[in-house]
Write a protein that binds this ligand. Sequence first.
Ligand code: TRP
Length: 329
Amino acid sequence: MTTSRKRVLSGMQPSGLLHLGNLLGALDNWKALQEQYECYFFVADWHALSTNYADTSRIREFVRELLIDWLAAGIDPKRSTVFIQSHVPEHAILHLLFSMIIPISWLERNPTYKEKQEEIKERDLSTYGFLGYPVLQAADILLYKPDYVPVGKDQLPHLELTRELARRFNSLYKPVFPEPMEHLTRFPKVLGTDGRKMSKSYGNTINLSDPEPVVRQKLKTMVTDPARVRRHDPGNPDVCPVFDFHKIFSPPPVIDQVNRECRTAAIGCIDCKKLVADRIVERMAPIWEARRTLIDRPNQLDEIVQDGSRRAADVAHQTLEEVKEAMKI
Ligand code: TRP
């Protein structure tokens, strides 16, 4: 079946459990995109090896959890092709072919290469696979010739490198690859329970897989305006991460009420947190429900992924044939 819809592709590494930041920053966006575009969403399990090669014990679990979270958050396998990178070996083949033409200097100057090495001091990242991370990502992307790649700002250097590689391939051989564009969306900044950016590396997340009591408990202990120590101290919502949650999850009258009553100490932090916890629980409840259904039917999940991987492989295979033809191999 051919369609004239534009194509979207994106992926995530299975390097941990998804949290509210991932929901609002990526999944809600993916869900909206599938209404309009032909979407491919995949779990980048080989990419997870680039930093976690020494401890692979949880990768399979994270792959499964990631898929469950995607589907529970509304990624619809009837509309979107959902698959696992390692189930489509064409990714590895194109990665190898690209490795022949990419200058090492392009990889060494990639800002995330040095930044990540600085950040993750406790693991040895002086590996070939880690340096070549963006080559694999370019293969992931270009195999599907997408029009748009929804990613966060941190991924823009990788996308630029993907386009440069496409141009290099096209000029060395034949014009096989269109240059994909990034698709950036505006989304609210999501802070974690400690007031820093919500991130699994800070351990401050509210995970989609957290049960309701855990979510409520995390919110209870969430930091607030540090200057508001006692119940009768007036607070400043502008510096309170709980108020940021209100802005995302509460209806406007509640946001106004909290904004006013915090400043005069008419409302206390405990009540304020309870208000927002109810809203967050309301938002997460359908996801929890869908997660339970998926967990109860493991075969259904396997079928979805098998079917998605087959569909993805058809497209990937076709592109790889064009690549081989262009390279005369
Ligand atoms: N590098 C991406 C990240 O860490 C994950 C990823 C791998 C990806 N391959 C991709 C994203 C292809 C978009 C397209 O978030």
